[in-house]
Design a protein around this ligand. Sequence first.
Ligand SMILES: Nc1ncnc2c1ncn2[C@@H]1O[C@H](COP(=O)(O)OP(=O)(O)OP(=O)(O)O)[C@@H](O)[C@H]1O
Ligand SMILES: [Mg+2]
Length: 358
Amino acid sequence: MSSNILLDLKNVSKVFGSNHVLKQIDLQIERGKFITFLGPSGCGKTTLLRSIAGFYTVDEGEIWIDGQLVNDLPPYKRGTPMVFQEYALFPHMTVFDNVAYGLDIQKRPEAEVQERVKSAMAKVKLTGLEERYPHEMSGGQQQRVAMARALVMNSPIILLDEPLSNLDAKLREEVRVELRSIQQELGLTVIYVTHDQLEALSMSDHIVVFNKGAIDQYGTPHEIYYKPRTPYVADFIGTTNFVDAIVLESANGKAVVEYGSGRTASVGIDEVVTPGEKVLLSIRPESMRINASEPGEFAVSGFVKSSMFLGEKERYFILDDNMKEWIVDAYDIGLTRFQGNVKISAADDKIHLIKISE
Ligand SMILES: Nc1ncnc2c1ncn2[C@@H]1O[C@H](COP(=O)(O)OP(=O)(O)OP(=O)(O)O)[C@@H](O)[C@H]1O
Ligand SMILES: [Mg+2]
């Protein structure tokens, strides 16, 4: 009778003194998915993770894990091991003893401990390194020991709090790929905390974007990137150009909007908008073109203030007649560079409409 929903958070709130750190969080997480909590420093990611793991008691709401209400259960009875930023390996213990730690606490029989540690070590491809000490392993290997330590408990969910932030950029990328493949191979449910947008986009099945203790959006990486629901999400994930606009009419999943001095565009909508409503249009730099506008298309004239060569693209900073700055990316242009007066444009289907407030 196990439902597909493994973790169910209902109206969860947490207060530290006068600081309302988690605000009525509602979230359902499916079995076998890689979920990322994404948001800037201080938005409550760690607090929510620690609340799920049982290190904090919430002030309001319910936390259900695998059909069981766990609000009053201590961490070791919740089956939600946490891998912290600093891995929290014991330096004076061998890898074997580190991995066996949780089982030893539970006083499992020796033969079972041997068996389960062996199996967990094999899953993270560390067989043979059982007698090493943490300082004799690379950062990536230590990370895998930390994973093995969580796996050995046969837990339904593994919670990872910025586990890669100690690693250098290259290793970070390697471990990222490894983590994701372990998760997929074993069908694990993982909640991963990061404030790195690229990390979130590249690893996750779903991303939860936090904004000051509340969830602004829950969706796949593509939904979050291409269909941000709020200006905050659009701005936090990647770079975008915002344009103020007013709805003129809307019907059949499309809206006609006016974006300044009688110019209009027809854009797709996912939510209800009404004529007269003020909205924001969001257009990604890679969705805009320079000096290549089609008749009737969204277009603005301006001049090139500066540009920056980034290898696969040239990033242009363009000022329009109102001195508003636009960011436009041009790809694979060889040695050509745009200068002076230009016209920038975007096809209607590259323009995303965002409601300003509910
Ligand atoms: N134990 C605590 N006591 C009091 N306030 C706390 C405690 N833990 C966190 N806070 C406060 O709660 C807010 C959220 O903190 P939290 O650690 O959850 O943020 P975070 O999103 O994990 O940030 P970061 O990306 O920097 O790790 C912050 O304002 C922080 O100061
Ligand atoms: Mg944190």
